[in-house]
Design a protein around this ligand. Structure first.
Ligand SMILES: Nc1nc2c(c(=O)[nH]1)N[C@H]1C(S)=C(S)[C@@H](COP(=O)(O)OP(=O)(O)OC[C@H]3O[C@@H](n4cnc5c(=O)[nH]c(N)nc54)[C@H](O)[C@@H]3O)O[C@H]1N2
Ligand SMILES: Nc1nc2c(c(=O)[nH]1)N[C@H]1C(S)=C(S)[C@@H](COP(=O)(O)OP(=O)(O)OC[C@H]3O[C@@H](n4cnc5c(=O)[nH]c(N)nc54)[C@H](O)[C@@H]3O)O[C@H]1N2
Ligand code: SF4
Ligand SMILES: [Mo]
Length: 668
């Protein structure tokens, strides 16, 4: 008999949907939206629906595997755990615990996924990663400007007169915000989309503003320049609540509007129009993550923040420099969960540069890499170096649900449970501020086990089993302590399936910023302290004709590698049937210049690598722009990260995945 139970989407996504999952004979048979979820209201995307296929797939990893003479062999959990634990003990005694690298990313938003950190801390402290491939530059940028990265509550967009979607692919990556935009349009709000690609959200807009990739900060500076010329700024806000305005003034006066227009490839009259739009308050800005994956990414987000501040759109209903909503995650306790105090030694690698750092590591060298909740071989920049690095460590352990490109390289592959096979709570610090409950719905197939079981078993063998002797209930309550003080309980969450968290719905309304000066900082004290310079600049991408004319001569096209429609990163390509192939999307001018037509087979290359795929012409894309969606497995043509660079962004904490020049040519 079929039963329907409420659950939650575990995927790393803006939306954090509520689910209704149908279970028949101990199997998940359908995943649908929960109509009672206050934000996601019964609608979910194909990635959510496909969690049924991910759970039931015959390709699921069912048993622990060990590579012997280049071939995987099934082994027992007992053997796998004994051997890995023994190797970890040997490494710790011989080289120290930091000879182990923990490489991870964001596969699953479950709060108990953070217990991997507890495990490695109790082991003595390993080599950890810092920074984020995803949103790192922008988060740091907003910490410099505001003191934190907070967004307005979803419904507030209905108060906006003007809505500017800046580099966010809403229709594809943030579907419930798309629904809100439709509603706001009905209420009479005007919508503007700034993006090099004419994406599905741009189709909804009053106007699509096409921009040269990586030049958004300069555009924001141009708009500020026009706002000041037209005297549309919020003088009171600038005088009372900001720091460093003189520096900003000097900066925007250092270039003419004509120069700005030439560099951004946005017409002067459009820049002026945007000044009027920002001056016509309330104007809300919803930034995406694509435009900060450039070397100048932190500065880009900071200049857009500055534009929102100058125009008086901070801390008001219907306004905001909305990027991420860290206050959601900041509602939970992590220290109790992760026990950072147990670390005896400590080393950090940049997440962007982990491959180079693995290859260069000394004192100690990396002897073991433990990969959890990530697929670095497709998702890290510069795949060729990543492949070398991940093949070089003595022992590579991958915990995953499928035989990914990373798992293929591993010495031990440990089969992990899916979200429907374990209990957890889920939230996303990107958009809305509701936490969802996800019960265990079905048993795992074969011998697949939750990550937490694996940590508990290894902890036992390594002598810190007591640190893992808690029930799921106890673990979850540990994370909820700060909320319990405010009257929240796990019981209530289980009963109601989702709870609204007590966050600030209109951040900075009190105009008390979490910066050193207590003001919004155009010139950042934190930036000054960390990088020796907190001033804004007119920085351009590293791979551009302004920074490197010779490179731009050889590689004339900007390559974007945006998030795929039907997969979260690499997670679904193997479930999409035999039709998966690399699509090389190109602007119309490239097709004309190179005499290419739809379906032509091309090679795209630069001095890091090459990718082959089939042309699809995007008539309205910004000239000289190419896109290849990220996440494609080796067997389907290979990751676009063979072309991308592992350089870090200006503030050291973000990636430069879209700061990438390429060339292309037709092949047979
Ligand atoms: N379908 C789907 N949804 C997802 C994901 C997925 O893999 N698939 N991943 C989730 C995750 S982890 C994340 S981080 C989010 C990301 O969500 P988004 O930020 O929406 O997605 P991105 O693909 O990073 O890029 C967004 C947009 O940035 C634009 N862009 C690129 N460069 C520039 C630029 O220089 N200037 C401007 N103005 N725009 C630029 C791209 O054309 C694209 O339209 O999506 C989440 N949602
Ligand atoms: N070129 C390019 N590269 C990018 C991006 C881009 O836009 N362009 N985007 C970047 C961004 S925004 C992000 S967030 C990263 C994402 O990078 P990753 O998080 O590495 O990407 P995923 O493909 O989601 O890989 C997650 C892996 O974890 C496995 N997994 C799922 N659930 C679990 C679980 O519960 N336990 C365990 N142990 N494993 C699990 C999945 O099967 C999958 O193999 O990629 C980055 N890389
Ligand atoms: S991937 Fe995002 S939009 Fe899709 S079901 Fe999950 S949370 Fe919702
Ligand atoms: Mo991400």
């Amino acid at each position: 008999m079929a039963i329907v139970r409420k659950a939650a989407c575990p995927l790393n996504c803006w939306d954090s949907c509520g689910f209704q999952v149908t279970i028949e004979n101990g199997r998940v048979t359908k995943v649908e939206g929960d109509p009672d979820h206050p934000i996601t209201k019964g609608k979910i995307c194909a990635r959510g629906r496909m969690l049924e296929a991910r759970t039931n797939s015959p390709e699921r990893l069912m048993h622990p595997l060990k590579k012997v003479n280049g071939q995987f062999q099934e082994i027992s959990w007992e053997q796998a755990l004994d051997e890995i634990a023994a190797e970890m003990l040997r490494i710790k005694e011989t080289y120290g615990s930091t000879a182990v690298l923990h490489s991870h990313d964001y596969a699953n938003n479950g709060i108990l996924k953070n217990l991997d950190q507890r495990f490695f801390n109790c082991y003595g402290g390993v080599t950890e990663l810092y920074g984020s491939l995803c949103w790192g530059s922008g988060i740091e940028a907003q910490k410099w400007d505001f003191g934190n990265a907070w967004s307005h509550a979803p419904n507030d967009v209905l108060n906006s007169r003007n809505i500017i979607i800046w580099g966010r692919n809403v229709a594809r990556t943030n579907m419930h915000f798309y629904e809100k935009l439709l509603e706001a349009k009905k209420h009479g709000s005007h919508l503007y989309v700034i993006d090099p690609l004419y994406n599905a959200t741009a189709k909804l807009a009053d106007q699509h503003i096409s921009i040269k990739p990586g030049m958004d900060g300069i555009l924001a500076a141009g708009i500020i320049k026009e706002i000041l010329r037209l005297e549309l700024e919020d003088k009171e806000f600038i005088e009372q609540y900001t720091h460093g305005f003189a520096d900003l003034l000097q900066l925007v006066n250092s270039n003419s509007l004509e120069q700005i227009s030439e560099m951004t490839e946005v017409p002067e009259e459009v820049i002026t129009k945007l000044a009027y739009i920002y001056g016509d308050r309330p104007a809300s800005t919803y930034m995406g993550l694509g435009m900060q994956r450039y070397e100048n990414g932190g500065n880009t987000i900071r200049l857009i923040d500055a534009l929102c501040a100058v125009s008086g759109n901070i801390g008001i209903d219907g306004g905001g420099a909305n990027y991420a909503n860290l206050q959601v995650g900041q509602s939970f306790a992590f220290d109790e969960l992760t026990l950072a105090g147990r670390k005896q030694s400590f080393r950090q690698f940049s997440i962007m540069k982990q491959a180079e750092e693995i290859l260069a590591a000394k004192d100690p060298e990396i002897k073991m890499i433990f990969v959890t909740c990530g697929n670095p071989l497709t998702q890290l920049p510069d795949t060729n170096v990543a492949e070398k690095a991940f093949s070089s460590a003595g022992t590579l352990v991958a915990v995953d649900q499928f035989m990914t490109d990373t798992a293929m390289l591993a010495d031990y592959v440990l089969p992990a449970a899916t979200a429907f096979e374990e209990e957890d709570i889920y939230y996303s610090s990107m958009y809305h501020h509701y936490v969802n409950y996800g019960p265990q719905l079905v048993p795992s197939p074969g011998e697949a086990k939750p990550d937490l079981w694996i940590w508990t078993q290894l902890a036992d063998r390594l002598g810190f089993g007591a640190d893992f002797e808690f029930t799921r209930e106890e673990w979850l309550n540990m994370t909820l302590v700060p909320l319990a003080e405010k009257g929240y309980s796990l019981e209530a969450l289980k009963e109601q399936h989702t709870l609204e968290l007590p966050v600030n719905k209109i951040p900075w309304q009190d105009r008390k910023f979490n910066t050193r000066t207590g003001k919004f900082e155009f010139t950042s004290s934190l930036g000054e302290e960390k990088m020796g310079n907190g001033k804004l600049s007119l920085a351009v991408p590293k791979e551009s004709k302004w920074r490197n004319p010779a490179l731009a001569q050889n590689y004339p096209y900007s390559l974007l590698t945006i998030h795929p429609m039907r997969s979260n990163h690499s997670q679904n390509y193997h479930l999409l049937g035999d039709t998966v192939k690399v699509k090389v999307e190109i602007a119309a001018n490239i097709a004309d210049d190179r005499e290419l037509k739809n379906g032509d087979f091309v090679r795209v290359w630069n001095n890091r690598g090459e990718v082959k795929g089939y042309i699809s012409i995007l008539p309205a894309a910004h000239p000289n722009t190419v896109n290849i969606d990220e996440g494609i497995w080796k067997k389907f043509g290979g990751s676009v990260n063979q072309l991308t660079s592992s350089t870090e962004s200006d503030n050291g904490l973000g990636s430069t995945l879209y700061d990438c020049l390429v060339n292309l040519e037709k092949i047979e």
